[in-house]
Write a protein that binds this ligand. Structure first.
Ligand code: PEP
Length: 248
């Protein structure tokens, strides 16, 4: 299984900046086939632009959120069918920023994962503990609870999800989980997947949280770390490509 390196641009970008960034990434890749699958999860208004920029390239398109509903009176929401119209292959669900600022619950995140799968879009399900939870020794319980909600909702489709372990205290802070700390949690998640699907090894478990060009190789060398979800460093072409190269 090839590793997956997915960028999360968060609420950053402009038509001009996106074009320059993606062109720099594609120039950097040249004609080589990267050793990792690559994706960029971009703000919804830029999906059409990105669809055209990455068309025919090694980079897949992803969104950062999806509605749990199929259609209707849900002002401001974007459905999985709409994402499919722009050839989205991935969508992030349950990012800690949405759990924190939009009050998204485990149940809602699970419904979003289900809605994405129903349209053939792979949900990148984010789980992770806060610093207070880690300090209280609750890391395992928290990530297992978050993943259990999704497994319960998607049932026999569990092997089709991507999981991203993102300790909240490491996101955008410059503090990275050590490779050992991350591997320990990834192993717990793999065991949980093993109880739910016959092919737990087919599920990418990504690490996210201040992963960068300097620390990517040691994190990606861990047996249960199958790629990365990259925030800040995905806004710099050289750094993102360096992370992709580290996944070889
Ligand atoms: C993220 O937003 O998913 C993330 C991991 O951010 P950063 O890499 O900037 O910590």
């Amino acid at each position: 299984m090839k590793p997956l390196i997915a960028g999360n641009w968060k609420m950053n970008g402009s038509l001009a900046a996106n074009e320059a960034l993606v062109k720099a990434m594609l120039d950097g890749l040249g004609s080589q086939t990267p050793g990792a699958d690559m994706a960029l999860c971009v703000p919804a208004p830029y999906l059409a632009q990105l669809q055209s920029l990455v068309s025919g390239s090694a980079i897949s398109l992803g969104a950062q959120d999806v509605s749990a509903h199929e259609q209707g009176a849900f002002t401001g929401e974007v459905s999985a069918t709409m994402l499919k119209d722009f050839a989205c292959r991935y969508v992030i669900v349950g990012h800690s920023e949405r759990r924190q600022y939009q009050g998204e619950t485990d149940l809602l995140v699970a419904d979003k994962a289900k809605a994405a799968l129903a349209q053939g879009i792979t949900p990148i399900v984010c789980v992770g503990e806060t610093l207070a939870e880690r300090d209280a020794g609750q890391t395992e319980a928290v990530v297992k609870r978050q993943l259990a909600a999704v497994i319960h909702a998607v049932a026999h489709c569990t092997s089709e999800i991507v999981v991203a372990y993102e300790p909240v205290w490491a996101i955008g802070t410059g503090k990275t989980a050590s490779p050992e700390q991350a591997q320990q949690v990834h192993a717990v998640l793999r065991a949980q997947l093993a109880a739910a699907t016959q092919h737990p090894e087919r599920v990418h478990i990504l690490y996210g949280g201040s992963m960068n060009a300097a620390n990517a190789a040691s994190l990606l060398a861990q047996p249960d770390i199958d790629g990365g979800l990259i925030g800040g460093a995905s806004l710099k072409s050289a750094d993102f490509l360096q992370i992709v190269a580290s996944a070889l």
